[in-house]
Structures are given as C-alpha cells and as structure tokens.
Design a protein around this ligand. Structure first.
Ligand SMILES: Nc1ncnc2c1ncn2[C@@H]1O[C@H](COP(=O)(O)OP(=O)(O)OP(=O)(O)O)[C@@H](O)[C@H]1O
Length: 725
C-alpha cells in the first residue's frame, strides 16, 4: 500500500481519549474554555505552497477548502519522474546531474499532498517566570574554609555566586534541610556541593576513608552521576582525606563492591544501583550518614523510582539518626512535595522568585511554600528562545534533516541535541541521517559511528547502549564544539554540556516538566540558546498546555526550515538542471524535499534488514505514543495518527501491515496493541509500558522487572512516616 493511502490506526480497543477528543484535526481550532490567549482558534492557514487535499482516508474529516489538484510539478513528483516534463538541456549536464540522473526512480508519493491543514498558532501574552541568574556577591563573603574558596576561584574559576547559591549555601551551612527550585543551568550542584564539602572537611574527628559514606547524593541517570562526581571531586581537591565515589551501573558489581569496601565518604549513585547494593551485596552501611541530597528530585520520584527511594530512606533511617536532607530540581511537582513531607525535617523552601526576593516579608516567604512552588509554573532561562513548528507527519523526516543541515552545515557553528521518545528511534535516525546527509560515508559501520571531518558529526546516547560507549559519547559531546547528539530523555536531566546552541524535540515530551529540562540543556548560566519543538498539526494544542505552565513558544514555519535545502545541491531536482536558483522558489524547495525523502526511502528499502529496522523504529514510536499521560491523551492519541503518513517519516513507502506486538494488524481492520507479556494485559498497560521504557533509560543496568516499576499505589500521605519504617 502506498504511504499516502495509509491507514488511520483503528485502536478502538485502546483506552479512548478524553471525551472532547472527537474531531481530529478540527480540535485544534476549538477555543478552550478559559484559554483565550493561545488559541489556534478558527484561523487556519493552509500549508503554504502545498497542494492541499483532505486526507483521503482520514477518519475525522476536516472542514477544509476543496481539494486542489497537484500542480504539474507536484504530479511529476508523485510519479517520481522529475525530468519527464522539463528535461535538463542536453549540453548542460554536469557531473552532479549525472549522479542525479543515475538515481533510480522510485515511486514517491507526493509529500505535499493530502496533508492535514496547519492550524494557526496565536502567540499570547504568557508571562514566563524569570529568574535572575547571577548576584554580585562573591564566595569569599561566605564563612568557608579559605582553601575551599581558593578552589572555587582558581580550580572552578568562579567569582560571584548565582542567586540559588546565594540563597541556598547559608541555609545549608546552618544545618537546615532545604527544598530548592531554580531554573536549569543556574548552579544548583555547587549550591549543595559547597556546603557539603565545607561541613565534612570541618568535622571534629577527621574523616577516615574506611568510615564509609557520610553523604549520599542520589541522581536519576548515570551521566549525571558522573558529572556530579566530577564537580564534588574538584571541590575536594584541598581535602584529600575525603573520598568521593560513584555507583551507577554498567560497572561490574564485584569491582563496585571492592570500591565500597575500601571506603567511599561521599557516595553518588543512581537509585537502582544503590538499591542493588543495599539488597544484594550488603556491603554498604549508612551508620555515619549526615547528608542526603536528591538532585532532580522530581525525576527520581517518577515512574517506579518512588519505591526505590522509599527503600533507600528506610535503609538510611534504620542506621542513622539525624541527617541533613536536600531536594533540588528546576521543576517541583506535587510528587516532590510529598517526598519533601516524608524526607525533609522542617525544611526551608528556596525558590528564586524574582530580583526583589529577599524573604523579609511574610508574603514573600509564602511565595516559597512548597505548594506555591508547584503552582507557580516553571522558570525558563531568560536568553532561551523557544520555537515550535507544526509539521504534517509525512514531512517530519525531511523537515528534521533540513533543520539539521540549515543549522549545522550552512550556519555558524552549532551544537545541537535532538530528543526522541525511544532508543530505537535514536538508533534509526542516527544511522539514516548519517548515511543520507553525509553522503553515506562509512555509515554501514554498525558499532562505532565514524567522526566525519565536518560540522555534521552525529552522536547518539540512550539507555540501551553499553555503559562504556555511553560514557565515551557523553565525554565526546561534552568536549566537541559542534555536532548533533541524538538521544532519549536519558540526556534530559541535569547534564551540563557547554555551548549547546539548539535543542530539538522531535517527539514531544510526556510532561511540561520534561520539556523544561530538555530545553534546559541550552542557555545555561546566562548564555543564549534556542529550542525547537516539532509537533504535528493535530498536536498543536500542546502549545496551550505549555502556556498553562507559563511557557511561551513562538512559531517557526516549516517552509522556512525546508528552504535550507536550497543551499544543498545534492538534493536538486533534475528538471532544474544547471539553472542557478535565484532566491527561494517554493516549487523547487518542494522538489528538493521530495528528492531528499526519496533518498531516505531508497536507503530504507535497500535491503530487508533496513526495512525491518525502520519498522522497529516506527513500532517503538507508536508504542511510546500510547504512553502519554491521561492529561495529554486528548492531544497525543494514537487514534489521531495516520499510519501511512507516519510510516513515511521513517522512510517507509508503505504503511506496515505486520508490526510485531502489532499496532496495525491489517489495513482496514481494527488493531490493538498487544502487550509482549500476557500478564501485562491490563488497563494500566500504557503506564507500565512507559514505566518500562523509562526504566530502560534510567535503570542501574542490573535490575529490571515489572514489579520494580509498579507505582506504589498507596503513597505515604503528607506526614505519613509509616512507609519509611
Ligand atoms: N557561580 C557561578 N558562576 C559561574 N558559573 C557557575 C557558577 N556556579 C555554577 N556555574 C556553572 O554553571 C553551569 C550549570 O551548573 P549546574 O549544572 O549546577 O546547574 P543546575 O542548576 O544544576 O542545572 P540543571 O537544573 O539543568 O541540573 C556549570 O557549568 C557550572 O560550572
């Protein structure tokens, strides 16, 4: 079946979306009650210079203007015979055209036909929460050991404190517990790292390595564990008797055990790995624990980690009496206030509200109550410019490719991170883009991807990679000045990757909080940065969802992104021959996009293996699409996907009919998502799927299993300490 004639997934057996989700694309035009500012409203704009028509088999019909026929050129592109109507002049065939003419003609359905209309996004006056990053106060103003101050100024090369450091360090130096929220890239690591080191170096009886842990720092991912370890290690430079160590999975349990036995005083770990040592190896004790720090506390709590955290808190409580506890994140959710209730003792809540914040008035104090911090919305770095682009499913792949080419090949040096919703998609897109955008140089190498001598360096990072490779990629991207990292949410939290200029979210995140963390990999510590969220027209309402959290995005036009292809003559249509392009000719842009899509499709269909691989990526995308939370199901529901169009964005010409664990059984037939394991066939399946996916991203690398990811049904209610004992 031709992709254009693809299926609408009929998944009536899946939980149905919210009741108002019944009008497919129409939905985007409906005003939402109480949301007057961000409405796409009834204003629709046709896909400019695209020949439109209502999707032939769209389940939800669109109220659009009558179908226009494809123009001649568009018809040409439907047939894939770019030269048949206007062949290049005989004598002007250069080498490039020779290579173009040698391309096999494959039937590529018109990319610009039968797409849903793109609704208008109206920018409203959402006032984002802003924080002032820096203060003029220096670290020497704090009551710190002089060697610590000189390490901060000479090793870390920092002069003045950031706002969150100015607020947090004195509170922690006083021995108080704290709940800290400040925007991404504002220096939270040092906000807890400095008082931690100050307190441990000053202990009356000097710390011995063999004493074991005095401090436990919990972080959600291995890369963040490594990064935090690196910062703590730097701070400890003058205090060599205090030994930091990291447990993060991927390493042999035996060697970790040996390191634990030797002694680690500041232990940095992912929850899963720590649990493993608490439960199985029993070579860890918490007799002297004085500090518990949970960085990215809301993430730690998400999807199955809650139970792990409870086990850890129980283990700590059983062995140590009083300790200082700190929870930090750029996004505090209700879950964190629950965690705060069970883990913090009379905490000080710190939120960098605005420049005038000084906590001297009861009103301003109240601004920082945990509940208020949750309600308030998320602060976004001031110099982060956020964009959204609405792209019909069929055009997603070429739009992504054009965006990468435009920024990383034809503009000044850019360093970019592209987020996907599954490991398989990262693998697939990395290889495909490398192959096609770099002209196929060495792309067949299955293991280590080559480092081409251009700004188009593609790297990938996800939870299914071996730890050794994960660490190597992380280090490489950390150090490189340009390049494109394709990744899952494993890289969304906490990572401090310098000079990242663009964040692309190719798949929308599951929550506004994750959106904030993903984009927070750029514009750190007062720098400039940009982000682009790619949505399909039926997902346009997500912009409203972000706006309700005071997140303000401006629209970028797909046409503008695609026009970068005019700079790349590899994708020149044949009938344009040697003609020099003057300006941006929309028709030519469309043809180039079609040539590029054809290249993708040719590669994907070059072997059974590549087709299988594309299907696997498509399947993982569909599966992840079913796992959006209930609150977003009216926007991201599998029923609104057009399988044929989505397949095209994976370079597949046809809507697959035989996906294993199949979403699509056969054309026209009702399909349902079959769980891999029969015992998972329950109502909560979607949640579990997500839990499993997340687990694979964040797990210790040793533990797995469904029981681990079950959300604890009964949360400890605020103040309920029972669960800990
Ligand atoms: N006082 C300071 N002056 C200048 N740079 C600083 C200062 N404190 C920290 N930084 C730098 O700012 C960057 C971001 O810090 P950090 O990773 O701790 O941010 P964060 O608030 O934890 O971000 P996220 O919420 O994304 O985890 C780091 O490169 C760090 O070295």
């Amino acid at each position: 079946m031709e992709a254009d004639e693809g299926l609408i997934l009929n998944v009536s057996s899946l939980p149905s979306p919210e009741s108002h989700h019944s009008a497919g694309h129409k939905r985007c035009r409906k005003p939402l009650p109480g949301k007057d500012k961000w409405q796409p409203k009834a204003l629709k704009r046709k896909l400019q210079w695209a020949d439109e028509g209502a999707p032939s088999k769209q389940k939800h019909k669109l109220s659009v203007s009558p179908i226009k026929k494809c123009t001649k050129e568009a018809n040409i592109c439907v047939k894939g015979n770019l030269s048949s109507k206007s062949p290049p002049k005989k004598h002007s065939v250069d080498r490039q055209n020779e290579s173009l003419s040698s391309r096999p003609f494959i039937k590529t359905s018109c990319l610009f036909k039968n797409n849903p209309e793109i609704p208008e996004i109206r920018r409203g006056g959402v006032k984002q929460v802003q924080e002032k990053v820096f203060t003029s106060d220096s670290f020497s103003q704090l009551d710190l050991h002089p060697h610590l101050v000189s390490t901060i100024t000479t090793v870390l090369k920092l002069s003045s404190m950031t706002s969150v450091q100015k607020q947090t360090i004195p509170v922690l130096l006083k021995g108080k517990d704290a709940l800290v929220r400040s925007q991404t890239g504002s220096g939270k690591t040092l906000a807890y790292g400095i008082p931690l080191v100050q307190s441990l170096q000053g202990m009356k009886s000097k710390i011995q390595r063999s004493d074991g842990p005095y401090a436990l720092i919990l972080v959600p991912t291995r890369e963040l564990a490594l990064q935090s370890f690196d910062t703590v290690q730097k701070l400890l430079k003058p205090f060599t008797w205090i030994v930091p160590g990291v447990l993060m999975g991927g390493e042999k349990r035996k060697s970790e055990k040996a390191r634990l036995r030797k002694g680690i005083n500041i232990l940095i770990s992912t929850p899963g790995r720590l649990i493993d040592h608490i439960k199985s190896t029993k070579c860890i004790h918490f007799r002297r624990i004085q500090w518990l720090i949970m960085d990215e506390a809301d993430r730690i709590l998400d999807m199955g980690f809650e139970k792990d955290v409870t086990v850890i808190l129980n283990a700590l409580n059983a062995e140590s009496e009083r300790r200082q506890n700190v929870l930090l994140s750029a996004t505090l959710t209700e879950g964190v206030t629950r965690l705060a209730d069970i883990s913090l003792h009379d905490p000080v809540s710190i939120a960098i509200v605005d420049e005038t914040w000084d906590r001297t008035t009861p009103e301003q104090e109240a601004m920082c109550s945990p509940a208020r911090m949750v309600e308030e919305g998320f602060a976004i770095p001031e110099k982060l410019k956020q964009h959204v682009v609405l792209v019909p499913s069929k055009l997603r792949l070429v739009t992504l490719a054009a965006f990468i080419l435009g920024k990383c090949k034809f503009e000044k040096r850019h360093k970019m991170i592209v987020f996907f919703s599954s490991c398989e998609q990262v693998e697939f897109h990395c290889k495909l883009l490398l192959k096609i955008l770099l002209g196929g140089r060495k792309a067949e190498e299955p293991e280590r991807l080559p480092l081409p001598p251009s700004h188009l360096k593609f790297l990938r990072l996800h939870g299914n990679m071996e730890q050794e490779e994960r660490t190597a990629v992380f280090q490489e991207f950390l150090q490189c000045k340009t390049g494109i990292l394709l990744c899952t949410d494993v890289a969304a939290r906490g990572l401090d990757l310098p000079q990242v200029t663009w964040i692309v979210q190719y798949n929308a995140p599951a929550s506004p909080a994750e959106y904030v963390h993903r984009i927070g990999r750029t514009a750190r510590i007062g720098c400039h940065g940009n982000s682009l969220l790619v949505l399909t027209p039926s997902e346009a309402e997500y912009v409203n969802s972000l706006a309700s959290h005071k997140i303000n995005v401006s629209e970028m036009k797909m046409e503008d992104i695609l026009s970068s292809l005019m700079k790349d003559d590899r994708f020149k249509g044949r009938q344009w021959g040697n003609k020099k392009s003057r300006g941006v000719n929309p028709q030519e842009v469309r043809e180039r996009a079609t040539v590029l899509q054809t290249e993708f499709e040719n590669y994907v269909h070059s072997s059974e293996g590549t087709v299988r691989w594309a299907k696997k990526a498509l399947q993982s995308f569909l599966r992840s699409y079913t796992t959006y939370p209930k609150t977003l199901k009216h926007i991201f529901h599998i029923k609104s996907l057009h399988l044929g169009h989505v397949a095209k964005s994976f370079g597949l010409r046809d809507a697959p009919q035989n996906l294993s664990t199949s979403m699509a059984a056969s054309p026209g037939k009702k399909t349902k998502l079959k769980p891999k394991r029969p015992d998972l066939r329950r109502k909560t399946q979607g949640k579990r799927c997500l839990a499993e996916i997340l687990r694979s991203e964040y797990s210790s690398g040793m533990d797995s299993g469904v029981s681990k990811v079950k959300r604890k049904k009964k949360h400890g209610k605020p103040g309920n300490q029972k669960m800990l004992t």
